[in-house]
Design a protein around this ligand. Structure first.
Ligand code: ZN
Length: 146
């Protein structure tokens, strides 16, 4: 189990160092800014949605390793998902981290972040990109974890 935990930490650090889908996404209205005042994490998430399907997801921002890794893993997971599937993914992820539920198969690679549940002060870091996702889907511009 310790080896697995170390492996997960390595994946988180690697994603934080070279986040996937980092950058601006132009020509889309589906963007939201997220802010976590407790830690100072800030990010902006943008989606391209075509016929209820997410074809592109990108983010920009700065923050701790967990917030950046979570955003990176999230954007990887969103591609080619329907907006309904993205909402289900949010619920599963939130259940895993906030509601202390065991991770479901749906989460796939995102279970790497399960360990964050042990650190209540960091849960908001991991959830930030996800709240931005929900805001972008709903058409809200701003979201804060507080
Ligand atoms: Zn943070």
């Amino acid at each position: 189990m310790d080896n697995l935990r170390e492996l997960y930490q390595q994946v988180i650090i690697e994603h934080a160092k070279s986040p996937r889908n980092f950058g601006e996404l132009k020509n889309t209205a589906h963007c939201a800014n997220g802010f976590n005042p407790l830690c100072g994490d800030k990010l902006r998430l943008c989606l391209t949605i075509e016929e209820h399907k997410i074809t592109e997801a990108r983010f920009q921002g700065e923050g701790c390793a967990i917030s950046m890794a979570s955003a990176s893993l999230l954007t990887e997971s969103l591609k080619n998902k329907s907006t309904e599937e993205a909402e289900q993914l949010f619920s599963s992820f939130q259940d895993m981290l906030v509601n202390e539920q065991p991770p479901t198969d749906r989460l796939g690679k995102l279970t790497i972040l399960h360990g964050v549940a042990e650190f209540p002060s960091r849960i908001k870091c991991a959830m930030l990109a996800w709240h931005a996702l929900m805001a972008a889907l709903k058409g809200d511009d701003e979201v804060s974890t507080e």
